[in-house]
Design a protein around this ligand. Sequence first.
Ligand code: ATP
Length: 324
Amino acid sequence: MEANEHGHVIEVTDLRRVYGGGFEAVRGIGFSVRRGEIFALLGTNGAGKTSTVELLEGLAAPAGGQVRVLGHDPYTERAAVRPRTGVMLQEGGFPSELTVAETARMWAGCVSGARPPREVLALVGLAQKTDVRVKQLSGGERRRLDLALALLGDPEVVFLDEPTTGLDAEGRRDTWELVRALRDGGTTVLLTTHYLEEAEALADRLAILHEGRIAATGTPAEVTASQPSRIGFELPEGYHLGDLPPLAELGVCGHEVEGRFVRLRTRELQRAATRLLTWAEGAGVELRRLDVRSASLEEAFLGIAREAAAGTTPASADVKEYAA
Ligand SMILES: Nc1ncnc2c1ncn2[C@@H]1O[C@H](COP(=O)(O)OP(=O)(O)OP(=O)(O)O)[C@@H](O)[C@H]1O
């Protein structure tokens, strides 16, 4: 079977990974990824991202639960899965004395139905570097070579472990374009990243891992919406906080005051902003330095990580598992 009846090409159920010594790095996680989707795994250092991706790549057997990639177990049915997947590890580890072209040719020799190496090197912007030795490449260029090698077999599913680490802003954006183009061509992409901006820009859906468990999952917008929005403004001259409409009436769930600057947190941004502005209009005052915004994915990530660490992750952050 290629994918299940929902079109999921990656399916993870109650997955566990335990290292020698008994440390449980992955503690019963579940998610699924549909064909042609970009799915991002986020998490603090040591959250279990790489441990999970390695299980999806079939590099190790799970201690419990199940993984299906293209309908197969990637560990026990490696021969059925491996030719159809591309893997970009955190460390490429290719011989440093070989040139870029030699490395790509060598790797192509191990891949059935490989695309012409030059074509793939051009795709990642290394066309001018084919005669350069791997050891002379910059960190970002090495990441691009790793990506090129992952794409040599024209895979249906690619696993990218921190694909843009070490890339400058332009290189990162080029990689984003390439990943989007892969997705638009029907490739399924699972990536890990430390850059929340990257997940926000790229991911159709994501999961935030914390200490081996999923603390939140959903589209970037759903995960972001689980955290309060903010309204900031300067109190008008002669006014105090108590002169505003009661904060509970505004739908405010928290606030801070710094000098004359007030920051309100709310889960009902439109209602809070409308009432506040209506009040200001009625009072004939101007709210200087007014700043109304939804939480960014970064704020949501930090909030969810804090809540997960305190064991208080709210149900609202646990966006419902995707069901096609
Ligand atoms: N071979 C191993 N033996 C024992 N513990 C390990 C091993 N590999 C990883 N771990 C531990 O498992 C946990 C998860 O590690 P993992 O590399 O999966 O995290 P990560 O989310 O990818 O982190 P990072 O963002 O730092 O790459 C960490 O506490 C790590 O120390």
